[in-house]
Design a protein around this ligand. Structure first.
Ligand code: CA
Length: 227
């Protein structure tokens, strides 16, 4: 899950970034509206957290341009307590939700989960795939009804594969979903996460197949295909 934070207050942005990274999200920070606009146009983000008062290009302009390009990226705006008009304007321009400063980080994460869930699995936080069950809201996994403990990065890779089950996913796509700007994750690291996941999933018959030259494909046991 890759999130763009657009916020010129570095202290606040730092707090948000630290919290979200801990929770397993890949996070990029844009510190002015211009930068946010060009990244949003060029990169794939699962969500944008957008401050409205920004240097170079106002947050409402960033949002307006995003929606004019037809991009449906969920947008959560950050507004000041008394700025009711900003909030209304933001929602009118196509923001999906807003959160009032000073923000509570746990609340912010709950809103993020709600918005990305809406976009991903039609509102159902639970995804099952053969013997595998993922609760994307609680960030927990089960394999044959037994809890499956996964470090944050492995969790993110598994969620990425599972929400795209049946499709071949390239190493590059996985890499993109994991790393924010300025963070170095190598293709080798992706291979390492995949191989650790394989070790955990294969005893239950869930395979991450390598499709040579293309990427990976998640496969569940054959006897499960009837369901
Ligand atoms: Ca600001």
């Amino acid at each position: 899950m890759r999130i763009l934070i657009v916020e010129d207050d570095t202290l606040l942005a730092g707090g948000i970034i630290g919290y979200l990274k801990q929770a397993g999200y890949a996070v990029d920070l844009a510190q002015n509206g211009d930068q946010a606009d060009s990244w949003l146009a060029r990169e794939h983000y699962d969500l944008a957290i957008l401050d409205l008062g920004l240097p170079k290009l106002d947050g409402t302009e960033v949002l307006r341009k995003l929606r004019r390009r037809g991009q449906t990226t969920p947008v959560l705006i950050l507004t000041a307590r008394d700025a009711l008009q900003d909030r209304v304007k933001g929602l009118d321009l196509g923001a999906d939700d807003y959160i009032i400063k000073p923000i509570a980080l746990a609340e912010l994460e709950a809103r993020i989960r709600a918005l990305t869930r809406r976009g991903q699995s039609g509102g159902n936080p639970q995804i099952s795939y053969g013997p595998l069950l993922l609760d994307t809201s609680a960030k927990r996994a089960w394999l044959n009804d037994a809890p499956l403990e996964l470090p944050a990065r492995e969790w993110s890779v598994l969620e990425f594969l599972l929400t795209r089950a049946g499709r071949i996913i390239s190493k590059e796509q996985i890499l993109q979903s994991l790393c924010g700007w300025g963070e170095e994750i190598s293709a080798n690291a992706v291979e390492a996460y995949i191989s650790r996941l394989r070790a955990k999933l294969e005893p239950a018959g869930v395979h991450i197949r390598t499709v040579r030259g293309l990427g990976y494909l998640l496969e569940k046991p054959n006897n499960e295909t009837r369901s």
